[in-house]
Design a protein around this ligand. Structure first.
Ligand code: ATP
Ligand code: MG
Length: 460
C-alpha cells in the first residue's frame, strides 16, 4: 500500500512545509503549523488548477480577455455585495453563525437567479425533504432547481458532470468529504482538499459555485485560512440573535469592492431585502435619552444612518472596564483619551460601554464625533436631542476633521427627518444648504460639546 504523505500547513498564511516548526517559516506566526495528511499519490501539483503550460511572459497589451460575465442573483442586496451580480466561473464562500440564515439566503437565490440553466443545491446537512419544506415556505418554485443530499465529494462531482448545472450551492463545505483523504469531514485536511477539487471543477466548467462555511467561536470561517485565499469572494452573514435584521458583507471580493453591505430582514417567508437601512438602524431609538447620538456612515456607495450608544458610569474601585461593540476598541480608547484631555471630562476612571445599534460595524473615522458626543452625553447625563446628528473625524488634538461625501451624508440625515447636524468647521464651505437642516460647524470636541450639551461641566 502506498504511504500517505504528511505536510504542515500554516493556518494563517497557508504556507506548506515538510517539517513541523514552532514558527511558520513563511509568515513568522507562532504555533500555526498544523499537520495535514495527503492521500497517497495526491501531490500538490495534481491539486493545482490546470493552466496552459506556456512559459513565455506576455505583454499585458497583447492579452485579450472578455469582460467578466455576471448574472443577477435575483436578490438585490446580494447582487450589491457581490458587485452588480455574481460572476460566472467564480467560487464564493458564505460564512455565518449557526441559524443565521445562510441556507435560506442561498435557497432563495436558487429560486430567484436570473438564469436559464440548471441550478444544483447540494446539501450535506439536511434531507431532501427538509429542503423541499423550506423551499415551500420560502415560495421557491423553479423547474430548473435540483436538490441532491450527498456528502461524498466524488458523487457530488459526478452529479455535476451528469446534470451540467451552471450554478451550484454546497451546504456546507465542512460536511463534504473526499473518501481518498484519511481524515474526518470538517477537518482541516478535508476542507482544504475538497475546496481544491471544487475550485478545479469551477474553473474548468465555468460554474458559479457558492460554498456555505461554518464559523468558529472567534467568528472566522472554520478551516484553514487558506480556504479564504482559494475562493474568489468571501461573504459573512451576520446579525444579532434578538433582532430579525441581518447584514451581509464581503471581506474579500476579486471582482468588486468590499465596502458594500447588504441588509435583510428575516421573516416567516424568508429574507426580505431592506431598501432603506437607515430607517431600520434607527427604529426603536429611545426618545429624550442621554448617551445616544446618530451619525451617517458611508457603506460602499450607500449612506446609512447609525445610532451610537454609550454608557459611562463612575467606577469607585479605580479599575475601569471598557467595552466596545461596533467600533474598533483602540479607536474608542483614543476618543476617551481625547475627551478627557481636550474637553476636561474625567471619563478615564469610568466604566465605559459603546454599542452601535443594529449590528453595524463602523470602520470610518467619520463616526468619531457622534461617538464622542454620545460618551459626553452619557457622562453629563444630558441628551444631545432626538433630531441631532453628528459627522466628523476627531484628531488627537481634539480637532474635528473633514469627511468624504459630506453632502451625500447630509442629504440622508435630512431625509430621515433630522433638523440639526454637527459638522467640521472646515467643511462648512463645501456643505450644501439643505432646507430644514441646521448645520452646526465646530472646530473641535470642546466646541461641539458646548454647542450641543451646554458648557461641558457636569451638573452638580
Ligand atoms: N418556520 C419558520 N418561520 C420563521 N422563521 C424561520 C422558520 N424556520 C426557520 N426560520 C428562520 O430561519 C433561521 C434558520 O435559517 P437557516 O437554516 O437558513 O440558517 P443557517 O445559517 O443555514 O443555519 P445552519 O448553520 O444550522 O445551517 C432561523 O434562525 C429562523 O430565524
Ligand atoms: Mg443551513
Amino acid at each position: 500500500m502506498a504511504k500517505e504523505k504528511t505536510i504542515y500547513v500554516c493556518t494563517d498564511c497557508g504556507a506548506e512545509t515538510p517539517n513541523w516548526a514552532g514558527k511558520c517559516p513563511s509568515c513568522g506566526a507562532w504555533n500555526t503549523l498544523k499537520e495535514v495528511k495527503l492521500a497517497a499519490g495526491r501531490s500538490k501539483a495534481k491539486t493545482k488548477v490546470p493552466e496552459e503550460h506556456d512559459i513565455r511572459p506576455k505583454k499585458i497589451s497583447e492579452l485579450s480577455i472578455d469582460r467578466e460575465i455576471r448574472f443577477a442573483t435575483g436578490i438585490p442586496e446580494l447582487d450589491r455585495v457581490l458587485g452588480s451580480g455574481a460572476v460566472v466561473g467564480s467560487l464564493n464562500l458564505v460564512g455565518g453563525a449557526p441559524g443565521i440564515g445562510k441556507s435560506t439566503l442561498l435557497l432563495q437565490m436558487c429560486g430567484a437567479a436570473d438564469t436559464d440553466s440548471k441550478i444544483l443545491y447540494i446539501t450535506g446537512e439536511e434531507s431532501e425533504r427538509q429542503i423541499k419544506l423550506r423551499a415551500d415556505r420560502l415560495h421557491v418554485k423553479s423547474d430548473r432547481l435540483y436538490v441532491f443530499a450527498e456528502t461524498d465529494l466524488d458523487d457530488i462531482l459526478k452529479a455535476i458532470d451528469t446534470l451540467e448545472p451552471d450554478i451550484v450551492v454546497i451546504d456546507s463545505i465542512q460536511t463534504i468529504s473526499d473518501a481518498s483523504v484519511p481524515s474526518t469531514p470538517g477537518s482541516m485536511t478535508q476542507v482544504r482538499e475538497c475546496t481544491m477539487r471544487i475550485l478545479r471543477i469551477t474553473k474548468e466548467k465555468g460554474l458559479t459555485v457558492f460554498l456555505i462555511g461554518h464559523i468558529t467561536k472567534d467568528g472566522t470561517i472554520a478551516g484553514p485560512k487558506i480556504l479564504e485565499h482559494m475562493v474568489d469572494c468571501v461573504l459573512y452573514f451576520e446579525g444579532e440573535r434578538d433582532t430579525s435584521f441581518r447584514i451581509l458583507r464581503a471581506v474579500k471580493n476579486r471582482f468588486g469592492s468590499t465596502n458594500e453591505i447588504g441588509v435583510f430582514e428575516m421573516d416567516t417567508d424568508g429574507l426580505i431585502c431592506v431598501d432603506n437601512p437607515s430607517e431600520v438602524m434607527l427604529s426603536g431609538r429611545p426618545e429624550h435619552a442621554s448617551g445616544t447620538c446618530v451619525t451617517c456612515a458611508l457603506e460602499g456607495t450607500r449612506p446609512i444612518l447609525a445610532e451610537i450608544q454609550a454608557l459611562v458610569t463612575a467606577n469607585p474601585r479605580n479599575n475601569a472596564s471598557r467595552r466596545s461593540n461596533g467600533i474598533d476598541y483602540n479607536r474608542a480608547a483614543m476618543l476617551l483619551a481625547v475627551l478627557e484631555k481636550r474637553s476636561a471630562l474625567p471619563v478615564g476612571n469610568c466604566d465605559t460601554y459603546i454599542n452601535v445599534v443594529g449590528g453595524l460595524y463602523l470602520e470610518e473615522p467619520a463616526a468619531d464625533m457622534a461617538t464622542v458626543l454620545s460618551l459626553a452625553s452619557s457622562y453629563l447625563d444630558r441628551p444631545v436631542g432626538d433630531k441631532l446628528a453628528a459627522i466628523g473625524e476627531v484628531g488627537l488634538s481634539g480637532e474635528l476633521r473633514q469627511v468624504s461625501a459630506l453632502n451625500q451624508r447630509l442629504s440622508e440625515i435630512a431625509r430621515l427627518g433630522f433638523t440639526r447636524c454637527v459638522i467640521p468647521a472646515s467643511g462648512k464651505e463645501r456643505a450644501e444648504n439643505i432646507p430644514g437642516l441646521e448645520l452646526i460647524p465646530v472646530r473641535n470636541v470642546s466646541q461641539a460639546i458646548a454647542a450641543v450639551l451646554g458648557k461641558g461641566q457636569k451638573d452638580s
